[in-house]
Write a protein that binds this ligand. Structure first.
Ligand code: FDA
Ligand code: NAD
Length: 428
């Protein structure tokens, strides 16, 4: 049993949705494109799962956040795929891929062949068991990667009102979920091994501003330690979290956000892997010329920094998807992918954006006292390489984005740069 397509997208997440839209814009015929995904729903904007989806009042639910609404573009409902002659194979895990034969084998036993394959398998959440802690299967231990996880978390939140939550991990999931739990009237304690939250990006000064706000909302921080085990009741439900520092925290709910691993296993030994992801060139093409990789799973050259990077953010998933489709359908006119890394988050009434690379010396600017609008620049080898801004306007975010893309020389000293603040980016 088998079917043949010209283009197959493996994975049905953010990158797949944006690739599908680009295919239709460039003209794909009925029956030429197939998307095959383990998830039972059409591609959606994953960032909604830790934000609007967890709200106590009028939470976001599908179909409202199918791709590509996150980029203010068309909303690709299941009907949209049908109307565009795109085969959407949902709820179907791909078990193996033979790159040499250009075939995929699905869990239903079907063989699907392709002329071009786009790998958009994203990543999976790291499990506590990988750190030697048992208990991930307990009904009140929640991860957050896909819609099934989000539904489960929303249900556990509902049954934990006024209860205690322990949030494991101080990264994006930890910070965004902690805020959502507070909004749901749950007492939150965050536990993470680093000295401050969002250690991959925030400076101690930036982190302390957000942490103070969380504390004012009742959140407790336990830093510099990790969990070692859980206590369970007779039904297998977690009742408490034991920490390495000897503390025990009562828990009605545990949220775990301890990082991800890209889903590359189908391709190990078949394609070149670098920095944990599938290595692609500036056209998002892998070591096999018929296979492309996009989104969280791809390690691509970031021209601006002259380095191979794997990014785990929605903007790079969207843009790498468009670029790969362009490279496949119009190889002559498609140039190099020239991407400026862009990250953002929204928690409580905060909203920040970051562009570039958070390396080098940091200069903070703006009003850290009132905490409404402040930022930071990262300067490396005399050039601006990264810009962070909280509470900016659309125009201000555009200004820091454009300035960072130009990687300008910084000829003033850090005191002057601090004083100039946003004005510096404006004059670049
Ligand atoms: P994505 O994970 O979206 O999709 C991968 C798809 O492949 C899934 O549907 C999966 O089931 C499928 N798949 C994998 N293996 C398969 C197989 N063998 N067979 C079939 N299907 C398979 N970023 C940001 O910039 N701002 C934000 O606010 C947020 N917020 C956020 C919240 C939450 C809760 C998460 C989990 C993530 C974010 N992100 C984010 C990160 C962002 O969502 C992420 O970078 C993109 O979803 C990556 O898109 P991909 O398409 O690469 O993977
Ligand atoms: P992360 O990499 O942002 O943070 C992982 C955190 O896990 C670290 O900060 C650390 O505090 C903690 N940690 C690591 N090992 C630990 C251990 N043994 N015990 C306790 N804590 C430990 O990853 P995440 O928060 O899990 O997010 C998952 C993915 O989702 C990432 O790719 C992230 O980029 C993405 N995401 C992005 C956004 C956004 O961009 N706004 C929002 C949500 C999720």
């Amino acid at each position: 049993m088998g079917r043949a397509f010209v283009y197959v997208i493996l994975g049905g997440g953010v990158a797949a949705g944006y690739a599908a839209l680009e295919f239709t814009r460039r003209g794909v015929s009925d029956g030429e494109l197939c998307i095959i995904s383990e998830e039972p729903v059409a591609p959606y904007e994953r960032p909604a799962l830790s934000k609007g989806f967890l709200l106590p009042e009028a939470p976001a639910r599908l179909p409202s956040f199918h791709t590509c609404v996150g980029a203010n573009d068309e909303k690709l409902t299941p009907k949209w795929y049908k109307d565009h002659g795109i085969e959407l194979v949902l709820g179907t895990l791909v078990k193996s891929v033979d790159v040499r034969r250009k075939t995929l084998l699905s869990s239903t036993g079907e063989t699907i062949s392709y002329k071009f394959l786009i790998i958009a398998t994203g990543a999976r959440a790291l499990k506590l068991e990988e750190f030697g802690v048992e208990g991930s299967d307990a009904e009140n231990v929640c991860y957050l990667r896909d819609l099934a996880d989000a539904n489960r978390l929303a249900t556990v939140i509902q049954s934990s009102s006024n209860g205690n939550a322990v949030v494991i991990g101080g990264g994006y999931i930890g910070m965004e979920c902690a805020a959502s739990l507070v909004i749901n009237k749950i007492n939150v304690t965050m536990v993470f091994p680093e000295a401050h939250c969002m250690a991959r990006l925030f400076t101690p000064k930036i982190a302390s501003l957000y942490e103070d706000y969380y504390r004012a909302k009742g959140v407790k921080f336990i830093k510099g330690t990790v969990l070692t085990s859980f206590e369970f009741d007779s039904n297998g439900k977690v009742t408490a979290v034991n920490l390495k520092d000897g503390n025990q925290l009562p828990a009605d709910l545990v949220v775990v956000g301890i990082g991800i691993r890209p889903n590359t296993s189908l391709f190990e030994g078949q394609l070149t892997i670098e920095k944990g992801g599938i290595k692609v060139n500036s056209k998002m093409q892998s070591s096999d010329s018929s296979v492309y990789a996009i989104g969280d799973v791809a390690t691509f050259p970031v021209k601006l920094f002259g380095e191979m990077r794997r990014l785990e953010h929605v903007d790079s998933a969207r843009k790498s998807a468009r670029h790969a489709v362009s490279a496949i359908m119009d190889p002559v006119k498609t140039g190099e992918f020239d991407y400026l890394p862009f990250f953002y988050s929204r928690v409580f009434a905060f909203s920040w954006q970051f562009y570039g690379d958070p390396t080098g010396d940091v200069v903070h600017f703006g009003d850290y006292e009132d905490g409404k609008s402040f930022g930071a620049y990262w300067v490396k080898k005399g050039h601006l390489v990264g810009s962070f801004l909280e509470g900016g306007t659309k125009e201000e975010y555009e200004i820091i984005s454009k300035a960072t893309q130009l990687k300008p020389a910084v000829t003033i000293d850090s005191e002057e740069l601090e004083k100039e603040g946003l004005g510096f980016a404006q004059t670049v």
